[in-house]
Design a binder for this molecule. Structure first.
Ligand SMILES: O=c1[nH]c(=O)c2[nH]c(=O)[nH]c2[nH]1
Length: 302
């Protein structure tokens, strides 16, 4: 008979949509999140193997806990997820760990009648903020990040010097469009987490550093731009141990206008959506211990 066993597992409620309005004054604040809570524990095996639900903290209960905790405020997605992690692992002794994730959508105040409005907002859609708290083997890891940060340089990007073989058709260029949609996740040093981090301030700082490095790097390859962006973050923010990137190269091809008797001095492009180059890399602070568990089950990263 074939022997089988239950491998890695976790369970919970995915994509709990939460909007929290803070209305202590007439000037309201909003926090708009998508929260996922998943629990792990060796004793939960019975729920998979036999349908024994005696230790299953229902996914519905996890969802309710998210909303109940929001009554006391969110503050930052990282702090909110840490509260959830501490609650589930503290309240139920068989819950050994889990993965708590959040996306946060950004809104800005509408300017109405020349002034920022107190309670009207517009979605900015610049990037989606990411946060994750991972509890594995009694250790807590906090990662933060962003996705869909779409950026483009209309010059200041070259790509040449690559090997040519019989399948190579790509022309060398000293002036091309460089465009990408950045997904990045960075891991906070455990000692910085223990000392306390202003997660919202660091998020704003990292987003600004990424944009600054993308803009100010004269790029010889998207790989080099990735390195410069990561290096800027790790050098500037002491609390960050490493930053990982996934960057699609959103190719823009010069359109041949010669059939129409026109030249095209790098002005008219076809924005292809696929295939795309996919450049991934990690920039690591020298001397810090690796933490593979921090990245367990996080989408999009090796
Ligand atoms: O920045 C780039 N890196 C590559 O590895 C690559 N390969 C390619 O065809 N174009 C590019 N651009």
């Amino acid at each position: 008979m074939t022997a089988v066993r239950l491998g890695d597992n976790k369970y919970g409620k995915a994509e709990v949509r939460l909007v929290r309005v803070t209305r202590d004054t007439a000037r309201h604040e909003i926090e708009d999140l998508n929260v996922t809570s998943q629990l792990r524990g060796a004793r939960l095996e019975g729920s998979f193997l036999e349908g024994d639900n005696s230790l299953v903290v229902a996914t519905d209960t996890q969802k309710n806990t998210v909303y109940a905790f929001a009554r006391d405020g969110v503050g930052s997605p990282e702090a909110f997820l840490l509260r959830l992690a501490e609650h589930f692992t503290g309240e139920f002794d068989w819950i050994e760990g889990g993965l708590w994730q959040a996306e946060q959508y950004s809104w800005e105040r509408i300017v109405a009648g020349g002034a920022e409005h107190d309670h009207s907002f517009a979605r900015t859609n610049r990037a989606t903020r990411l946060a994750a708290v991972q509890v594995v083997d009694g250790e807590t890891h906090v990662t933060a990040g962003l996705t869909d940060l779409t950026v483009l340089k209309s010059t200041g990007s070259e790509f040449h010097g690559f090997p040519r073989d019989r399948y190579t058709t790509l022309a060398e260029t000293t002036d091309r469009i460089l465009a990408t949609s950045v997904t990045a996740r960075w891991r906070y040093l455990p000692e910085a987490v223990a000392a306390g981090i202003d997660y919202n301030a660091v998020y704003a700082e990292v987003e600004a550093l990424l944009l600054d490095a993308f803009a100010s790097t004269h790029s010889l390859a998207l790989q080099q731009t990735l390195w410069e962006m990561g290096k800027a973050v790790v050098e500037a923010v002491d609390a960050i141990a490493e930053i990982r990137f996934a960057m699609p190269n959103k190719h823009h091809f010069l359109v041949d206008l010669a059939p129409f008797g026109l030249d095209n001095p790098n002005e008219v492009f076809f924005a292809a959506d696929r295939p795309y180059g996919l450049i991934e890399g990690t920039v690591v602070r020298d001397g810090v211990a690796e933490a593979p568990n921090a990245w367990k089950d996080l989408p999009g990263f090796i």
